[in-house]
Design a protein around this ligand. Structure first.
Ligand code: BYC
Length: 329
């Protein structure tokens, strides 16, 4: 219990003052790097922010299986197919941990899934782009999982314990995902002219959407200031985007691919790469449901959910039978 220091007398007479005391104590715990656990007192806005972010993250993992799942049957070799299957299964697992983490905040999984299926909840913009060739699977692993790791490593130190702990395993798996993607790109970039062209075309199409994954620029990020004060976020959207650009550009150079950004320059004084203007209008359109695949992604999830109804019914019937047997015994 974290009510220590609360003035019990004023508790009865001045609830507003007690809320202020609780808030101060809550922030002090965060400032001291203590983890907040599910049963601890927390401000409503902290709870809501976490439910929003964790569930958006869970939906992203689940919807994120679709663009890659599309290539499982068309992977070029048995080895590539086994690796891709494992990766997509990892993503299902990440979605499930994250839904469980969100549930600790008092929201039900059914409610969260319903928000996703009805289009009320957001999921990452990146998954509304199509996977046109095998090289897209390489580009997703390299860039999308690369961006995801950059954003998610700091989440392992998020102030909310269940989310932070879930992220530790997620990040280990994302790291394997990033490497398998980069290795596909490396192989293609050492292949035939056609394979090199495919790899370059995939980089051209996935580079800018990957930068958008980090969210709006800091000046337009409405949640960042509060989320950073609560140590849910440890770095701003622009800081993480810059780190991602700085590590990824040399990786492209190494495999001989060219970034699709004529304004990209290294600043030798700061050591950072300056990049060109992001098309924020495109980002807003994708968030508004008008990206190339928004409708297709939602329809696929709705279809899968309906098809899985019998599994949920069977599990519920089994649980009821077990409970009845136990009660009888
Ligand atoms: N796409 O104030 P801001 C993965 C929304 S999964 C869509 O900066 P915040 C993977 C934002 O929600 C990758 N919406 O927000 C899976 C907010 O909207 P509302 C997903 C976006 O929360 C499979 C509004 O814009 N990763 O890695 O402080 C295969 C204002 O933004 C996006 C996570 O979810 C976007 N890109 O910061 C491979 C990580 N960006 O709710 C890989 C956890 C922003 O006010 N999430 N919005 O209507 C986060 O770290 C943060 O939520 C964000 C946004 C950095 C994404």
């Amino acid at each position: 219990m974290y009510t220590q220091g609360l003035d019990q007398k004023s508790d009865a007479v001045d609830p507003q003052r007690d809320d202020e005391v609780r808030l101060r104590q809550f922030q002090a715990r965060i400032d001291q790097e203590e983890k907040i656990e599910a049963k601890d007192w927390m401000p409503d806005a902290y709870r809501k922010t976490l439910i929003r972010q964790i569930s958006q993250h869970a939906h992203s993992e689940i919807v994120g299986m679709l663009p890659e799942g599309n290539w499982i049957t068309r992977a070029p070799t048995l080895r590539r197919k086994a690796i891709l299957l494992a990766k997509v299964q990892d993503e299902a697992g990440h979605g499930l941990y994250l839904y469980s983490a969100a549930e600790t905040l008092g929201v039900s999984r059914d409610e969260l899934i319903d928000q996703m299926l009805t289009g009320k909840a957001k999921y990452s913009s990146i998954f509304n782009y199509p996977t046109l060739t095998w090289a897209d699977i390489g580009a997703i692993g390299w860039l999308v999982d690369g961006a995801a790791i950059m954003n998610q490593i700091p989440l392992c130190r998020c102030s909310y314990g269940p989310y932070a702990r879930a992220m530790v395993r997620v990040c280990k798996e994302e790291s394997f995902h990033q490497r398998q993607g980069y290795e596909i790109m490396l192989t293609l970039s050492r292949g035939s002219d056609e394979q090199i062209r495919m790899a370059q075309d995939a980089l051209n199409r996935w580079w800018w959407p990957s930068l958008m994954m980090f969210g709006p620029g800091d000046a337009d990020s409405k949640h960042s200031a509060q989320s950073m004060a609560w140590k849910i976020k440890r770095f701003s959207n622009d800081e993480l985007r810059q780190k991602f650009v700085d590590v990824t550009v040399p990786q492209a150079d190494y495999i001989g691919l060219k970034m699709p950004d004529p304004d990209l320059r290294k600043n030798d004084e700061t050591g950072h790469y300056k990049y060109g203007e992001i098309d924020w209008e495109e980002f807003m359109q994708v968030l508004a449901g008008n990206g190339p695949c928004n409708r297709e992604r939602l329809e696929s999830r709705q279809h899968a959910h309906a098809e899985g109804q019998w599994v949920r019914d069977a599990a519920t019937a089994y649980a009821e039978k077990q409970a009845a047997r136990q009660a009888a015994a």
